[in-house]
Design a binder for this molecule. Sequence first.
Ligand code: NAG
Ligand code: NAG
Ligand code: NAG
Ligand code: NAG
Ligand code: NAG
Ligand code: NAG
Ligand code: NAG
Ligand code: NAG
Ligand code: NAG
Ligand code: NAG
Ligand code: NAG
Length: 796
Amino acid sequence: MVSVKQLGLAAAILSICGLGHAERNITSDTYFYGQSEPVYPSPSGKGTGDWAEAYEKAAAMVAKMTLEEKNNLTYGVATTENGCSGILPSIPRLGFTGMCLQDAGNGVRNTDFVNSYPSGIHVGASWNKSLAHDRGWYMGGEFRKKGVQVALGPVVGPLGRTVTGISNDPYLDGALGAATVQGVQGQGVITSVKHFIANEQELYRNPTINSRNESVESISSNIDDKTMHELYLWPFQDALKAGSGNVMCSYNRVNNSHACQNSKTLNGLLKTELGFNGFVVTDWDAQHSGVAAAQAGLDMAMPDGQSFWGDNFTDAIANGSVPESRLTDMATRIIAAWYKMGQDESSYPAPGVGMPYNVSEPHTIVNSLTRDAKPTLYDGAVEGHVLVKNTKNALPLKSPKLISVFGYDAKAPDEYMPDGKSLLYNPWGIGYSPAIFQMGDLFSMTVINEPYYFQVAFNGTLSVGGGSGANSGPYLSAPLDALQQRAYEDNTVVMWDTTNNPSFMGLMEASDACLVFINAFATEGLDRAGAYDDYSDELVNKVAKTCSNTIVVIHNAGTRLVDQFAENPNVTAIVFAHLPGQDSGRALVSLLYGDENFSGKLPYTVAKSQSDYYSFFHTGAVTPYGLFPQSDFTEGVYTDYRYFDLHDITPRYEFGFGLSYTTFCFSDLHVSPVKHGISAYPTGAIEQGGAVDLWDTVATVTATLRNTGDKAGAEVAQVYVGIPGRPVKQLRGFDKVQIPAGGSAEVSFPLTRRDLSSWDVVAQKWQLQNGEYKIYVGSSSRELPLMDTLTIVTSS
Ligand SMILES: *[C@@H]1O[C@H](CO)[C@@H](O)[C@H](O)[C@H]1NC(C)=O
Ligand SMILES: *[C@@H]1O[C@H](CO)[C@@H](O)[C@H](O)[C@H]1NC(C)=O
Ligand SMILES: *[C@@H]1O[C@H](CO)[C@@H](O)[C@H](O)[C@H]1NC(C)=O
Ligand SMILES: *[C@@H]1O[C@H](CO)[C@@H](O)[C@H](O)[C@H]1NC(C)=O
Ligand SMILES: *[C@@H]1O[C@H](CO)[C@@H](O)[C@H](O)[C@H]1NC(C)=O
Ligand SMILES: *[C@@H]1O[C@H](CO)[C@@H](O)[C@H](O)[C@H]1NC(C)=O
Ligand SMILES: *[C@@H]1O[C@H](CO)[C@@H](O)[C@H](O)[C@H]1NC(C)=O
Ligand SMILES: *[C@@H]1O[C@H](CO)[C@@H](O)[C@H](O)[C@H]1NC(C)=O
Ligand SMILES: *[C@@H]1O[C@H](CO)[C@@H](O)[C@H](O)[C@H]1NC(C)=O
Ligand SMILES: CC(=O)N[C@H]1CO[C@H](CO)[C@@H](O)[C@@H]1O
Ligand SMILES: CC(=O)N[C@H]1CO[C@H](CO)[C@@H](O)[C@@H]1O
């Protein structure tokens, strides 16, 4: 099993996390160098900044509510009417229409006639903020038309939940997560930024019963304050700054206190330091107490509140255990978010109206109503593909006469609806039998014995992840289908063998190119068993033995090692194709044939060997942590490229890397401190997102980027900063620009106070550091041709 943290989103892996985890049998929850500190009382929402009007309206409505009405706003109710994951009932007397909360991060789940967008990791690989925004906007439009008030995404946690997460770099997560929030909320749909916080592994995410019939607690992510701020909280801060109206607290514990009743994370970090105006909802069934959760800052329990709140909560208020002001605050935060997004307008569709549970009832058809989304679906699919190897002019393909196609991942899944009933009963998305998900519950031991089930989606091409990362589009453009279409246009002969044990190898020597499709699957509820699998690697090498132009395409839900074939001279090209959504094959074929240029960059590091990622395999018991599983985040901020830099490990393909059909050259770096940029902090003003002056520009970086090749293409200019005393370099800016052949463009990056600060645990604030900062600009985390320094002298 694999440690989550180095692979992070990257591999999300089979966790057993906790790095350096020696086996311990922990029988008490007092383990750990720090327990979560108490932060009470729960701060009431203040309606700062552009939330003021929504708060005024909310206060007026809540003032008219009875105790029971306020109470009813704090938890969901079951429904058999529609496919909503969670339903908050209406209060018709006051004009509150209720809410439908629905998965997921890549399109509306659990219903039909919707589009299947590229997943979070694919957006991460695009490094394109406008694309992230536009994808959010079109997805948001679909959520709205289907009657969804709260879209349960995006995932911005830097390491966890591979399937829907963006990157394991917090800066990239924050930038693309914020753009997504703005896009979705631009349609009036509230985003639920998740999972707050440190939900970085799936194993033991929830309490379980072990083989001795003992209760095993959920995993505790034990994180020091500095790491919390600089890595895990960072992307949430961006998403809040972008205005997210909701945050979802997570399944795991943080410093041994459940994330949905952790007063330090909810009352402290979220509602005080980051000035959150909206409401906190539980991940499904993540509530573990009544009075304690309310006082720790939880506002809404889903999918129901009957175990802990419900009727008993009004008793708790009546007998003084929880002040009524807390309930009023919970209701105000919820109603304010509803007003803020304009969900009180009569044009906003009623909860769940477009997705009746019974497929025979009238449906709202969204995919064809959002024709405008087509370019974004397609561009989104194109831009998340990353070309990492291209030798012997393998790509682009030039009107080949004969191509051979191999691999289980090339064709459309055999079944679209695994159980043959209805789309509504296919919650795991295209082609993934519920059985695969259920296997996740067997966890570790089975993973070791039968790794392929957990690493590979055998039944067809991988275009989405499983669990809450799944949804079902109107169609699926599979690579083989798109290649056939292209063959029709080009008069090419296509041969294929997508069986798991190809026997047809004969014509390969005559083939102009052999394309091998493999994948690396991931789903909610289970960590990956490893960062590669021998089965797929053998398939590649088998083809490459005979075919001197073998092109490997990997649909990967996280990082994927390629060292068993990367140096094989017959493997001429390698593409990380991630999770492109419904336009998968069409986008890939445009790229392979050069109608489009590759412009994606890896949002994670690809190592040469699994052992290069911190501590990796963990053999042993099913419950190596006894009854109180612990994961100590002792590696601090040194994950992914920070770790490789610290230990001077050469990766196979570094974070930020990706090839194009053209070439680029960087020049003319200028680093200019902004006058008075470092004075006058802090002013004390806190709005949603935290201290407002953290966003002051302290310095500006500019550079020139030239397209030196003979094809148009896009490059991602990346800025890395070495803050004195912190990691060698950290991503602090990026911009993707399209440049015609021979053309050039100037790129400019404002560096904010936050970008250049580190978290001071004593002062409990972000501080600029005295000394010399290194500023690097280039095309990846290891290809940084431009470097300059910036000297900062703070007065304090
Ligand atoms: C862990 O410790 C408990 C209590 O001492 C004991 O009952 C249990 O067998 C131990 N489990 C393992 C896996 O060693
Ligand atoms: C967790 O404990 C560490 C060590 O005491 C502390 O630095 C950190 O602030 C705590 N975090 C939370 C959320 O309690
Ligand atoms: C609160 O909700 C319950 C069940 O969801 C419902 O029966 C009751 O009428 C509601 N109370 C009020 C005051 O709306
Ligand atoms: C980024 O995405 C936008 C929106 O889809 C698109 O118009 C633009 O061309 C993309 N930028 C680059 C450089 O590819
Ligand atoms: C497991 O424990 C519960 C109570 O903790 C008990 O009701 C149940 O019978 C036990 N099951 C087995 C198989 O021992
Ligand atoms: C309330 O508390 C009682 C006893 O403490 C418990 O049986 C019941 O399940 C609780 N929940 C609700 C919604 O009443
Ligand atoms: C108040 O009510 C809550 C919910 O029923 C209960 O858990 C708590 O023990 C009660 N406290 C007192 C002091 O009665
Ligand atoms: C589904 O809806 C159809 C049409 O309204 C109706 O005939 C059928 O009985 C419904 N099925 C169920 C299971 O409710
Ligand atoms: C590469 O392919 C050729 C056939 O075209 C074959 O003869 C050769 O052995 C292959 N090389 C490797 C390293 O497999
Ligand atoms: C239809 C089909 O090919 N189903 C296969 C899906 O994959 C599982 C294993 O992952 C096989 O057991 C099924 O036969
Ligand atoms: C998006 C983009 O820049 N596409 C260009 C890639 O290069 C080909 C030529 O190979 C151009 O035709 C495309 O416009």
